[in-house]
Design a protein around this ligand. Structure first.
Ligand code: FAD
Ligand code: NAP
Ligand code: SF4
Length: 679
């Protein structure tokens, strides 16, 4: 028995589907990466998926491909010519590992398609859609069903092992199911039997088109998080009807994109939703997939062992580490680069539509053909000063390529500002990134000198060929009258608990750190991200009784600290406007529910015994606070770089030391990894 099957017996058990077999229970869930529409996108997707196949995953679901023009925002599959383009993907995956299955997701976005002629059962515009959809006629409905069947047949022609039909999230199929988006009175609307006719008919026709020996997965909204969404008995009857039509696997999805409940962000507890799949699974014979915030093998094993599902889907964790499954199989779990659920380089990029999807902790994700960490011919001695995200990324990539790396940090632990981030409630996953780097420092033989503030003499004595200055930032102290008053404290002292915080608090600066500090000081009790019960209460989810959508009639109950908090900025933009596209709203909503007052257009005048004197939109206003927490951005810390330059020694700046404005860990790790790939 291998280490993997001993430690994770459920995860590494094969699954017999009758005509075929999955080698394990680990699935790479579907993610639209943008490669579907990019130049050389099919070559890049082939490399991306093949790397994950080599990494041990049992089955892969591709990003969504539309069955027709009206259903998509990009890639479509409806002709044999288009099918031929997909062959490079299916062949690459099967060549990487003949036992890995790859299914193509058929995604008809319905009212969420970014095109004027988008279609839906009724002309109901989605809160997040761009256009009001055209109502489908009877013939139009027939055409959509025929297009699904044709697309599945083309997927088979392209060499896929199966298809996944997405019937959730606010896309076309799910809009037939829910009353508020299906106002029809013909045989496709009205009663539940009529509303579920469309998905059942799609499955029947797809099965007829592909034959019995082709994997057919259907993704169902098991809890859509919509007021007046699907009732439990509707979910159950749909699942049973799909089973009767011959789907091989039912996958559970939680949440429509427009629902105001976070289901995958970092503040969501691990495996928070799998219990819903578990309840459904008791009533069905067909194998079931569960998902959401399953990011480590032990979590996957627990979910399977509990009987919540037959297969676990891990999507973003496969961006973060293509070898997650292989590492679990070989007992190298401590080497897993864990997805921290930040969404910063994946979903935020998808939804902004401007940047290629990748991963904050792994910039190679979706860039496999462009960013390569190749072995070096000549080994160089490299000093990396600063063990924050930039220094850690540089050191590990350079050492992996074969360089001799010495990593210095003035602090007694690696991590830089991640040691502050990990203390914010809801950001506990940041510990995992530090565990990953700690492990890799040991395994790659990097000499790590902690508690070592580096100066020119240290560098001169070391005889290094290259010096990388990753010394990060220093917090900005704005030149305001009274900035040295005892009431004014820096965010570092607050987060580390080195300075007390009063009952009435002004936070000066509402960037990412201002929001995190507001979260920290307004929060009370156990972090919701660590307790599914508290999380459910905070977001108004009733897992036990499953009212319509899981949320209908449930009022969110937020625990809050006994404190008055003002979160301020000078800009007149809405506060929090620049936070992450897919997560910013959760932070704004949480703080608003805790009574944090967000104020823009503030000019800071002075701090004194009375509090913080300001002009708000030009009007004088005194905030009678006990504490003013300064979160006013950062400046690059380049002392070492400047001293080396003065001594005639060349060095390379990375991360915050290179540029502090708009710095985040995504940019720090990406820049450092790219530089280390070429040294
Ligand atoms: P740093 O992390 O600042 O590391 C620099 C290191 O250099 C430090 O460890 C320091 O001790 C060391 N050093 C300095 N001078 C010397 C010297 N002379 N000799 C030896 N060592 C030296 N980013 C995100 O992307 N997402 C988030 O959710 C997020 N949350 C955050 C939450 C908080 C509370 C904070 C404070 C930051 C957060 N960030 C987040 C920002 C992110 O942590 C930084 O962008 C990132 O740490 C910058 O990396 P760096 O390596 O350039 O610098
Ligand atoms: P930031 O996002 O740039 O915000 C700095 C804040 O300080 C802004 O509100 C700014 O707004 C204010 N400010 C700037 N200069 C000022 C001055 N002279 N006087 C008073 N106020 C001033 O920086 P940060 O909050 O320090 O965060 C650092 C980086 O970490 C960010 O770039 C962020 O991306 C990253 N981070 C990310 C997350 C995340 O969840 N993704 C969380 C934490 C941190 P005004 O100029 O309008 O006042
Ligand atoms: Fe996970 Fe963040 Fe990477 Fe996305 S960017 S895969 S959420 S670690």
């Amino acid at each position: 028995m291998s280490i993997g099957t001993e430690r994770y017996p459920h995860l590494f058990a094969p699954l017999d589907l009758g005509f075929t077999r999955l080698k394990n229970r680990a699935l790479m869930g579907s993610m639209h990466t943008g490669l579907e529409e990019a130049d050389n996108g099919f070559e890049r997707m082939a490399a991306f998926f093949a790397e994950r196949a080599r990494g041990g995953v049992g089955m892969i679901i591709t990003g969504g491909i539309s069955p027709n023009e009206e259903g998509g925002f990009g890639a479509k599959l409806s002709t044999p010519e288009e099918a031929a383009r997909h062959r490079i993907i299916t062949e690459a995956v099967h060549a990487a590992d003949a036992d890995t299955k790859i299914c193509m997701q058929i995604l008809h976005t319905g009212p969420l398609a970014a095109r004027e002629n988008c279609v839906a059962p009724s002309p109901v515009k989605s809160r997040i859609g761009r256009y009001r959809p055209n109502e489908l006629t009877e013939e139009g409905i027939e055409k959509q069903i025929a297009d699904f069947a044709n697309c599945a047949a083309m997927a088979r022609l392209a060499g896929y092992d199966g298809v996944e039909i997405i019937g959730s999230a606010g896309y076309l199929i799910s809009t037939f199911l829910v009353r508020k988006t299906n106002l029809r009175t013909d045989r496709w609307g009205g009663s539940w039997e009529n509303r579920m006719r469309f998905p059942v008919e799609v499955v029947r026709r797809v099965r007829a088109a592909v034959g019995p020996d082709f994997i057919l997965v259907f993704r169902i909204s098991a809890m859509d998080m919509l007021e007046e969404g699907l009732a439990w008995d509707e979910v159950l009857s749909l699942a049973k009807a799909l089973e009767a039509e011959g789907v091989n696997i039912i996958s559970t999805h939680f949440c429509w994109h427009e629902a105001p409940v976070p289901t995958i962000a970092t503040m969501v507890p691990r495996a928070a939703f799998t219990q819903v799949t578990g309840r459904l699974r008791k009533h069905l014979k067909v194998p079931m997939i569960t998902s959401n915030r399953i990011n480590m093998p032990e979590v996957a094993e627990e979910v399977l062992a509990r009987g919540d599902a037959d297969i676990v889907s891990m999507a973003r964790p496969m961006l973060a580490d293509p070898e997650l499954v292989l590492k679990a199989a070989q007992g190298r779990e401590d080497e897993i680069n864990t997805c921290i659920a930040c969404n910063q380089a994946c979903l935020d990029h998808t939804f902004s539509g401007r940047q290629q999807v990748s991963c904050l902790v792994n910039p190679r994700a979706c860039n496999e053909t462009l960013l390569k960490y190749e072995p070096v011919a000549a080994r160089r001695r490299i000093a990396v000063v600063g063990a924050g995200p930039a220094g850690l990324a540089y050191a590990t990539v350079a050492a992996q390529r074969g360089h001799a790396v010495t990593l210095f940090d003035a602090a007694n632990e690696i991590g830089g500002q991640f040691n502050l981030a990990k203390l914010i409630p809801g950001k506990e996953e940041f510990h995992e990134t530090l565990r990953y780097y700690r492990t890799m420092i040991g395994k790659l033989g990097i000499e790590c000198r902690l508690g070592a503030r580096v100066d020119v003499a240290t560098i001169e004595a070391g005889g290094f060929d290259e010096v990388i200055v990753a010394t990060g930032i220093e917090p900005r102290r704005p030149a305001i009258e009274g900035i040295d008053h005892p009431k004014a404290v820096g965010y570092v002292d607050v987060i580390l608990g080195r300075k007390p915080v009063g009952r009435r608090v002004a936070i000066m600066g509402a960037g990412g750190i201002g929001f995190d500090v507001a979260e920290l000081i307004s929060h009370e009790g156990v972090s919701a991200s660590l307790d599914i019960g508290i999380f459910a209460k905070e977001w108004g989810i009733d897992f036990e009784n499953h009212p319509r959508g899981g949320v209908t009639g449930v009022t969110p109950q937020v625990a809050r600290a006994d404190r008055t908090v003002y979160l301020m900025q000078r800009k007149t933009d809405p506060v929090g406007k620049n936070l992450g596209r897919t997560t910013g709203w959760t932070h704004r909503l949480t703080l608003a529910r805790r009574g944090v007052q967000m104020i823009n257009g503030v000019e800071y005048v002075k701090i004194d015994d009375a509090g913080l004197h300001t002009l708000v939109n030009g009007e004088p206003k005194l905030f009678e606070v006990d504490t003013v927490i300064v979160c006013a951005g950062q400046l690059p810390l380049r002392t070492l770089h400047d001293e080396l330059e003065a001594a005639g020694r060349r060095s390379t700046l990375v991360g915050g030391a290179f540029e502090a404005a708009e710095l985040d860990a995504k940019r720090a790790i990406d820049q450092a990894s790219r530089l280390a790939a070429t040294v």
